[in-house]
Design a protein around this ligand. Sequence first.
Ligand code: HPA
Length: 272
Amino acid sequence: MIKTIDEAVAFVRSKTSIQPQVGVILGSGLGNVVDALEIETAIPYSDIPGAKASTVAGHQGRMILARVNQTPVVVMQGRIHFYEGHEMNEVMFLSRVIGRLGIKQLIVTNAAGGVNTAYKAGDLMLISDHINFMGNNPLRGPNIDELGVRFPDMSEAYPESLREVAKQVARELGQLLQEGVYLALSGPTYETPAEIRAFRTLGADAVGMSTIPEVIAMSQMQIPVLGISCITNMAAGILKQKLTHQEVMDTTARVQAEFTALVLGCLQRFAG
Ligand code: HPA
């Protein structure tokens, strides 16, 4: 497995002179951040040996090597999801590749449903911690010792020091930034109202179908993560309306400029 990961790393290195210091994973409908970058190289996932292509609407499926000011960054425009039917090692694969490319921090983003009733659609939420309800731990199976230990610590997967940077950026931009716990399920159904009530009791503020596998991969590699959820809709049963992917896409389109400014501001701070 480490051989497959390192073959992909070698392939990416053969296509670019950029040695990325910071990584970004862009979730559903949030890919426009790349328009603000000086792109050097864009590699479709389908070209990367060992990688799977993303099949979801709103996910472009490209690895982009770029600079923000002077800082070299790698951006995954679109991600691979567990609900698409991939195995967890395939879901984590590109995160591990960008980890081995040498990133020092990862910014991970997603679209999520608001479980906390004080939230509203269009809010941005810093992820302070997560609850893994995907029914699977992505590190199950033989440990890849080259990546890290068998039993990784998860107590500071989203370090406060990175969240403080994001809060400062949001303050400077005059943005409201929520902070809360992200709970992930495998999907692809949205949740039932009873599930959402249960998750609220358990301490979840937002719910989604991604991100946790990538964050677990980073924890094993000891790469700190900043997580940002775009609350695209209120979770099931909160409002008297059905949940649709269209609403998710409409909300991400509406908050695109605000979201992009926050991500770029954080990237610049991490870089500097
Ligand atoms: N539930 C799960 N995943 C989601 C949601 C939701 O309400 N909104 C966006 N992704």
